[in-house]
Design a protein around this ligand. Structure first.
Ligand SMILES: *Cc1c(COP(=O)(O)O)cnc(C)c1O
Length: 542
């Protein structure tokens, strides 16, 4: 940090920060240039590690005192370049292949400035006149992509005041909560004297309908946001039931049907079944057609969480993988994942546009009945114009462009899976169905020992391999050129024991095949001098 210059709080200077300077040589435009320059430098750096330890970074953010005196913007910008930007995570780096957060198309930078500058609030028409029809159009496009209704359907519903084809929200979590909120309120609807759960609450609803409780069924690979939904909707996390998966990480339908029958026999109503189309850990897609069938049998809501995988619908090559999604009552798709939109762009779609009736909410000063305010059908209140950035990507990239991006990602994942399988000291744990896979480092000598080991010896080696994988991942994150994440699975080849694995998400179009080969090379080198390896496993490879 440079020596502090003293800015002075004055009415005049405060008025000035709300007045937009138009002169090209203004201080603001110089600061903008400087920021853009630094940002481009950061984004083009192809490294994945953040070397400065967190506790060191925290030292720059210690004071709880709000600064008494103002700071010049130029000074502030300088400070955050040093304290914040320099130690930010290189999510845009092509060798950062560990998470669903990745590079963005560059045209979104100027467009997001437009979005922030206009500061429209999508909660109501009075603050978002043109943005509301745009958002409704984007919801219509995504609905059409998912459910493929005819022209007439969209003519009737897209801009209908009373209904909505879906809801924009901050992300998949809110999208999932919204979907299950609708499922809950549709199930426990007004009936005779009972005014519905949204008026009278859960206890009255259970008394009226004679249920002992509600349950939601999902695969054990379901996203943790569904557990939050069960919590906030008063269903209870214990009644959010994780059903086991098969070797391919897809939900076991025999077990799911059995569980549903068992619950219903106990007087617990299965409120919804959630199919996952692209699990967060392995990218697997549940058998959606069979799940739709079971939902029909049970007369319950069918929700598909396609937060990650939903964008695959944009590819005619691979959209068949999501077959059955069109039977879902509601679908979550995160535009901020495989649609390359910045964070804060979740979407939930409703097959039936009148579904939102059960969550409709009105208030006098806004959200008046009959208005086209989107806020009457959303969980969130004030919302930014993120739909514009989704709109921009759909126009600029186009369906065909998305198809190429998605196809390349999936092909790259298949290439990487084959490459891993060819190595005698790596092991592929989950085959990619989309562009996500898991693997681990296991020297061939250890593989051989495992073949002949007794139960106890196996468990000891499994434990050592788990510690090694975790240690390697952490070291690579802190000092490496690349980044993969890690998770814990229970694969059959490890006797269904908890198994720590590297997790790879191949979303960045700039990740090259050579980089993938280099990542294995880097890990191989790291393994050799890993302290865990030396302590527990080197005895087998000596
Ligand atoms: C990412 C994800 C979510 C949660 O979405 P957020 O945008 O992080 O709130 C839910 N489900 C799945 C399958 C996901 O991949």
């Amino acid at each position: 940090m440079g020596p502090k210059r003293c800015a002075v709080a004055s009415e005049e200077s405060l008025m000035r920060i709300f007045t937009v300077p138009e002169a090209p040589g203004s201080t603001l435009s110089k600061i903008e240039q400087e920021i853009s320059h630094n940002l481009a430098g950061f984004l083009n750096e192809n490294i994945a590690a953040v070397e400065k330890p967190l506790h060191e970074i925290e030292k720059d953010f210690q004071s709880a005192a709000i600064p008494e005196e103002p700071t010049f913007v130029s000074d502030y910008a300088q400070d955050i370049m040093e304290q914040l930007v320099a130690h930010s995570v290189h999510t845009a780096s092509p060798s950062f292949i560990g998470h669903m957060t990745s590079a963005l198309p560059h045209f979104l930078l100027p467009l997001s400035k437009l979005m922030v500058g206009l500061n429209q609030n999508l909660v109501k028409i009075e603050t978002s006149k043109a943005f509301t029809p745009l958002e409704r159009q984007v919801l219509g496009m995504m609905h059409h992509l998912t459910y493929g209704q005819g022209e007439e359907f969209y003519q009737q519903w897209m801009h209908s005041a009373k209904n909505a084809l879906g809801a924009f929200c901050s992300g998949g979590t809110i999208a999932n909560i919204t979907a299950l909120w609708i499922a809950r309120n549709r199930l426990l609807k007004p009936d005779g004297d009972f005014k519905g759960i949204s008026s009278q609450g859960m206890f009255a609803a259970m008394m009226h309908y004679g249920y002992k409780g509600l349950a939601v069924l999902v695969s054990e690979r379901g996203h943790y946001s569904l557990g939050k939904a069960a919590d906030v909707l008063g269903i209870g996390r214990e009644n959010f039931i994780a059903v086991c998966t098969n070797y391919d990480n897809k939900v076991d339908m025999v077990a799911m049907r059995e569980k549903a029958r068992e619950l219903e026999a106990q007087g617990i109503k299965v409120m919804a079944i959630v199919g996952v189309a692209g699990t967060t850990e392995t990218g697997s897609i549940d058998p959606l057609n069979e799940m739709a069938e079971l939902c029909k049998e049970l007369n319950c809501h069918f929700h598909v969480d396609a937060a990650w995988g939903g964008a695959t619908l944009l590819s005619n090559t691979y959209r068949h993988l999501l077959s059955g999604i069109e039977k879902a009552d509601s679908v979550t798709i995160d535009a901020h994942k495989q649609m390359y939109v910045p964070m804060g762009a979740g979407i939930v779609l409703f097959k039936d546009p009148t579904a939102t009736d059960v969550i409709e909410h009105h208030a006098e000063y806004i959200l008046r009945k009959g208005s086209k305010d989107l806020g009457s059908h959303t969980l969130e209140g004030s919302r930014p114009g993120m739909a514009m950035l989704v709109h921009a990507c759909l126009q600029v990239i186009g369906r065909k462009g998305y198809e190429m991006l998605i196809d390349h990602s999936i092909e790259k994942a298949h290439y990487f899976a084959n490459l891993i399988s060819e190595q005698d000291d790596f092991e592929l744990i989950s085959q990619p169905e989309l562009c996500l896979l898991t693997y681990r480092y296991v020297p061939k000598e250890v593989k051989a020992v495992l073949q002949a080991a007794d139960e106890q010896e196996k468990l000891d080696i499994y434990a050592a391999l788990n510690r090694l994988t975790a240690s390697m991942q952490k070291r690579q994150r802190e000092t490496g050129r690349s980044f993969v994440s890690r998770t814990r699975l229970t694969p059959p080849q490890y006797s269904n024991q908890p198994t720590v694995v590297f997790r790879v998400v191949l979303a960045n179009p700039l990740t090259s095949y050579q980089m993938l080969a280099d990542i294995l090379e880097e890990q191989r080198d790291m393994a050799k001098d890993d302290p865990i390896f030396k302590k527990y496993l080197s005895k087998y490879t000596a």
